[in-house]
Design a protein around this ligand. Structure first.
Ligand code: SAM
Ligand code: SF4
Length: 457
């Protein structure tokens, strides 16, 4: 890792703490920020109290995340003094990109605001704040400032997020992401493959390829999508498990389904956001597929990979959603039999086309629909997990269960959470990042559990 401590002397030995909201892209950006600060001689702290630099990596996809930032920032005011005597608060991520300087008016204790393309400049901004004081903002979009070239401090040794593209061209009518993260920009094919090869050599066992719509990977750079080809090339790097997210149904090509079926390292899990089961609402959402198209796609995927775990995102309460529209969402969820779903209540985002659609649906009606949907998902998730009862599942160990430190927790190939008692004579810490076989004897809605058999590998 490059040593940048000479360039930013006021950062050397400063402690930092990063709090991250929102999606995997933000988690990955936070790892880049952390890597950058490490290379400047900063030290990671385990809480904001112990930190000279507190960084919030923000999300603006839904209003709740917006509001959390305001609460968290003001709570910084009541902390004891920072170890160095001065605490600098920095805001990064999507809210920083969207609101820029305006954040300084509303949040009087914030010193630095850095946009999603300004991560590479964070050290300069922090150094200037410590050395000269003042408040510093950088949100201009410079496509050359790719954070993917920064050093990288991974949260775990066995898993890595690998962004393959940034931005989004889809402009779903409810979504703020294309306005904040800009247009699709794919990374170089060879650079991604080399990166995964390098990660695999250093002991990483699983990568998650990241993008807002990975199916269109390559279109901007090469004129046509190359995602299927990328999956095959990454499969040859020595990495053991490959996951990816997110996948837009309109762009999931037959050749990608083939790659999913044929590349053994690609895990049998597909996250395919449907958003609604009503063709009328899908049109208003600008999703560019119908209910029938989605269900047919699911059928084609299951024909190739029968036991694939299909997960999704669904929005309840899109403006003007009627009981009939919602009934279509419920019946689609029943038919598609998702193994898990992220369900969201629609959140109005100023500046998006959906924010202009009038809606007088009472909040209680939307909440009641949401609860009904959650029940259906719980039913299909439970049913999905029953297939594993009595089978032996290879589990990548992530740590111990939050409720019981004597139980290992990890993920099956289908991304199910699996628990098992730590085998006698083995230390749980030494098993993190290992793959263990687990004989499953309990299958609940959100987890499986069983007994470890054989040796960890
Ligand atoms: N690009 C990904 C895709 O299309 O699958 C999704 C990225 S978005 C950060 C994650 C999810 O947030 C979306 O799939 C959608 O369900 C939800 N979402 C986005 N905007 C929303 C809004 N305004 N209100 C509620 N949920 C929203
Ligand atoms: Fe938002 Fe749609 Fe792009 Fe996903 S595909 S980030 S939901 S605009």
């Amino acid at each position: 890792m490059a040593d940048m401590s000479l360039s930013y002397p006021s950062l050397v030995q400063k402690t930092y703490f990063i709090r991250t909201f929102g999606c995997q892209m933000n988690l990955h950006d936070a790892e880049r920020v952390s890597g950058l600060l490490d290379s400047c001689g900063c030290l990671e702290a385990s809480s904001p109290e112990e930190a000279d630099i507190v960084i919030f990596m923000t999300c603006c996809v839904r209003e709740a995340a917006d509001q959390r930032l305001y609460g968290q920032c003001s709570s910084m005011k009541s902390l004891p003094d920072a170890p160095s005597g001065r605490r600098v608060i920095a805001i990064g991520g999507c809210i920083a990109q969207r609101d820029g300087e305006r954040l300084l008016d509303t949040l009087d204790n914030v010193d630095v605001v850095f946009g999603t393309s300004a991560i590479t400049h964070l050290a300069e901004l922090l150094n200037a704040t410590f050395a000269e004081g003042g408040r510093h903002v950088l949100t201009s979009e410079n496509p050359d400032d790719v954070a993917t070239s920064l050093p990288w401090h991974r949260a775990t040794g066995y898993h890595a997020w690998v962004p393959i593209m940034t931005g989004c061209n889809n402009f779903c009518s409810y979504c703020i992401v294309p306005y904040v993260r800009g247009r699709e920009r794919s990374r170089l094919f060879e650079e991604i493959v080399d990166e995964v090869e390098g990660l695999s050599r250093t002991g990483v066992r699983e990568v998650t390829l990241l993008g807002q719509n990975v199916n269109s990977y390559g279109r901007d750079r090469y004129g046509n999508p190359r995602f299927a080809e990328l999956l095959r090339a990454v499969g040859e790097t020595g990495i053991e498990r490959i996951r990816f997210t997110s996948s837009h149904p309109k762009d999931l090509l037959p050749e990608t389904i083939d790659a999913l079926a044929e590349v053994p390292q690609v895990m049998p899990h597909l996250h395919l956001a449907v958003q609604s089961g009503s063709t009328r609402i899908l049109k208003l959402m600008n999703r560019r597929y119908t209910r029938e198209y989605y269900l047919d796609l699911v059928k084609r995927v299951r024909e190739r990979i029968p036991h694939i775990a299909l997960t999704t995102d669904i929005i309840v309460g899109f403006p003007g959603e009627t009981e009939e529209d919602f009934a279509q969402t419920l019946s689609l969820a029943e038919e598609a039999r998702f193994s898990q779903a992220f369900t969201f209540i629609y959140s109005r985002r100023a500046g998006t086309p959906a924010a202009e659609i009038p809606d007088d649906t009472p909040r209680e009606v939307i909440q009641e629909r949401f609860d009904r949907l959650v029940k259906v998902i719980e039913g299909t998730a439970y049913e999905y997990n029953q297939h594993e009862l009595g089978t032996r599942v290879p589990v990548l160990v992530e740590g111990v269960s939050k409720k019981d430190s004597h139980r290992l927790q990890g993920k099956s190939p289908m991304n199910q959470t699996v628990h098992a008692p730590v085998p006698e004579g083995l230390d749980s810490a030494s098993l993190i990042g290992k793959i263990v076989d687990v004989d499953i004897d309990v299958a609940r809605t959100w987890y499986l559990s069983g007994t470890v058999v054989g040796d960890p590998r």
